[in-house]
Design a protein around this ligand. Sequence first.
Ligand SMILES: [Zn+2]
Length: 148
Amino acid sequence: MKYHTACHILSAIIHNETGAQISGNQLGCEKTRVDFSLENFDREQIQSYEAKVNGIINKSLPVSIEILPRDEAFQIPSIVKLKDAFPPDIEEIRVITISGVDRQACGGTHVANTGEIPHIEIFKAENKGKNNRRVYFRFRNDQTDQGF
Ligand SMILES: [Zn+2]
């Protein structure tokens, strides 16, 4: 739950900061890594993403869940781009909102408040081919807890 919610925040930060498309699965989160499409990035940028994620954790923002009718969910800009990923017979969509940070369709489990998440560190960043970058994160001082 904690890793998964942290992944929402990190994906949102990278997307907001760079405009990069988040790839991988629907959410762009695969346990403790985020894949995204960007030509270049550097160590300073990565550290700034890490600091921003930890800033959101410090703010103790509420994380809420809504079940919205399909048409209503697809009026949300961060969700409409996933439209093709949803089979047409799905009538209701579960929407996760991290207040002021992220709004995504997601069926996963989340903490109720970002303050429940330990601080993260990005410990590895890779180039996975042209315009394809991957960052890995873990919790600081908590490297045995794989809480997802
Ligand atoms: Zn989620």
